[in-house]
Write a protein that binds this ligand. Sequence first.
Ligand code: NAD
Length: 503
Amino acid sequence: MTLAPTETRTISHWATGAGFAGSSDRTASVTNPATGAVTGAVALASATDAKAVIDAAAAAFPAWRDTSLAKRTSVLFAFRELLNARKHELAEIITAEHGKVISDAIGEISRGQEVVEFACGIAHLLKGGMTENASTKVDVASLRQPLGPVAIISPFNFPAMVPMWFFPIAIAAGNTVVLKPSEKDPSAAIWMAKLWAEAGLPDGVFNVLQGDKVAVDELLTNRTIKAISFVGSTPIAQYVYSTGTAHGKRVQALGGAKNHAIVLPDADLDLAADAMVNAGFGSAGERCMAISALVAVGDIADELVAKIAQRTAGLKVGDGTRNTDMGPLVTQAHRDKVASYVDAGEADGATIVVDGRGVAVDGDNSGFWLGPTLIDHVTTDMSVYTDEIFGPVLSVVRVETYDEAIDLVNSGPFGNGTAIFTNDGGAARRFQNEIEVGMVGINVPIPVPTAYYSFGGWKNSLFGDTHAHGMEGVHFFTRGKVVTTRWLDPSHGGINLGFPENN
Ligand code: NAD
């Protein structure tokens, strides 16, 4: 589906296997960030609309949880095949509403698809344990069962991948789902809902609720919803975690980030410079695993900054549907906020080495453009360093020693991702051990774990105990039950009020 720039349409909810208009008259504009054109209006649910979508998920739960693993798995395989065959359609939708370049949109879908593939193995992942004769003629078995209707609340920056961190596993495990996507790029969720229907998923197992805080608040407080997987900024993650848990729900709330890369003096500076450009400016820096602070250790800083500047100058900024390296920012307001951090850094005395303000673009000048920006001599008291900027801004902080670099990372409030660049195995091993961050790269700038491991940060980057996907995802979307069994046998008769001992 490709929309002409001037075409607008209404994007509404999806419940019980069909589009659902709801009764709210509130909407928000959806824009194409590369042109600035309004291309749609997304419904903003009322609490009543949200309840209707939650009810659809509740109604579908009893039959879905009792559907055999063989049948559930066959739907997952079908979804995987359709997604794989048609990911270009989804990529175009993502680019039209988010702005990231098509190849990057394909990349996020592929990473989401890995989780679908992982969930295709749910029959193995859900296997319980069984002990025969734990006590005389008594057997004990452990099971994992689905929770019920669960909610996923996702951010704008990965409209396909982030929901796919959760829903394949939730659905495979026998839960039903309400996905609340970002109101900035809501169409990917509807496309995926239609794909599920085509794959044969029964109506009501996967639902989409469009909206803002009103929709989120209903999900957080409605007794029908048993668990919440949230991804977004730290203040909202904290709110979601505290409100959801106060209402008795299981919550995993992944928050914001400020990721550092440390480059040691022995590193290959060309490879490190490549990595900094890729991780700093890919997806216009709108990735929770983007590198936004480069910590240059020792006397390499001048040479490294020059190499990064030279590579940055070659980047082509423009419309993501053209052959460009980097697209626009998601909204004009976000573009201006990011640019204001560059202004502040300059005013605070940092050196603007590459200035993305006023960048020349291959695209419509009305787009939300800010080019890659490299800022040197940043100090830890500057807002360009302290705040999560979420844009194509790479700050360079210069330190003398490895210990200073580690202290810098560990004293920050976030702990999502980090990387070290070095050829010294001992230093890398020490880093892996000492660094207080959930996802660590060694000569890997964006260490996003593969689907069968789990994704999650530490500190203000995640609230809750469980990370996304992998075995932690399977545990999040199921709860344990232990069954102790004894089949009637005359030898077990008799009265005994004591606490049962195994014998
Ligand atoms: P956001 O916090 O503004 O929005 C996230 C979700 O919360 C959206 O669905 C939004 O509609 C909803 N929301 C917004 N305001 C709300 C409110 N007041 N009450 C209730 N719900 C509300 O985040 P965003 O701008 O869409 O995404 C960018 C942020 O997400 C960045 O901070 C980024 O680091 C973070 N992020 C984190 C990860 C991770 O894995 N830790 C991954 C992707 C993005």
